[in-house]
Design a protein around this ligand. Structure first.
Ligand code: SF4
Ligand code: FES
Length: 216
């Protein structure tokens, strides 16, 4: 992952193009700073650093990040770990997130990620907008609850392991919200579909094996 940095005296904004899928929040939120018709397209000195930070935090994919150079507040770690299922799109996750590979090695620690659930991304486990080309369709309601409560509790951190040829394994304090915002499940351990074939989305129902889905 390569991040490009844009500096002002008071704040550095960084951008990872591979995680940007969602042409809206930044450009709409602060057009004088984020303008894709200008070079560079991020000009952080054009607004107050607090305002720049506020809009960066709205970026749902984590493509945008910031670091204060003036002693201002850094991005807070959210109080809750929330997985918001998007209709016909990815899982938007916010929280105290740690993604590890199957050997337990940390791949990423972040507060915001968009994870592929259509199975088609070329940048797995992240969404890269391939769901559009693949015409992925799912209303984003919550299937039969497969969130387990572990006797020892989940821990504050949300750990996500993208399984090889299988689901996303989540553990920690988890809230899963339906796309219409009407329902939410809470628990501490679950497996979420990332192949696109489950009949019980967003949960895994083992369809990846029947579909012989490959994550690589
Ligand atoms: S808010 Fe984030 S994901 Fe959306 S366009 Fe801006 S950088 Fe990309
Ligand atoms: S859900 Fe966006 S690429 Fe799969």
């Amino acid at each position: 992952m390569t991040r490009k940095a844009y500096r002002s005296e008071k704040i550095t904004v960084s951008f990872d193009v591979e995680r940007c899928i969602h042409f809206a929040e930044c450009v709409r939120g602060l057009p004088e700073v984020f303008d894709i018709d200008k070079r560079p397209w991020v000009q952080p000195y054009r607004s107050h650093p607090d305002r720049v930070a506020e809009v960066v935090i709205r970026c749902p994919t984590g493509a945008l990040q910031f670091e204060r150079r003036d002693g201002g507040a850094e991005e807070p770690i959210p109080d809750a770990n929330i997985v918001a299922v998007a209709a016909d799109g990815p899982l938007y996750v916010r929280g105290d997130i740690e993604i590890t590979d199957s050997t337990g090695t940390t791949v990423l620690e972040d507060t915001r990620v968009a994870l592929c659930r259509c199975g088609e991304s070329m940048n797995k486990p992240f969404c890269d907008n391939s769901h559009r080309q693949a015409n992925f369709r799912d209303v984003g309601l919550l299937g039969e609850n497969r969130l387990a409560a572990r006797p020892d509790g989940g821990g504050r951190k949300l750990r996500i392991v993208p399984g090889v040829d299988g689901p996303l394994i989540l553990s920690g304090e988890i809230e899963i919200r339906s796309a219409d915002g009407k329902n939410a499940y809470h628990g501490t351990k679950t497996a979420l579909c990332r192949c696109g074939y489950s009949m019980n989305k967003p949960f895994c129902d083992g369809s990846h094996a029947r579909a012989m889905w490959r994550s690589e």
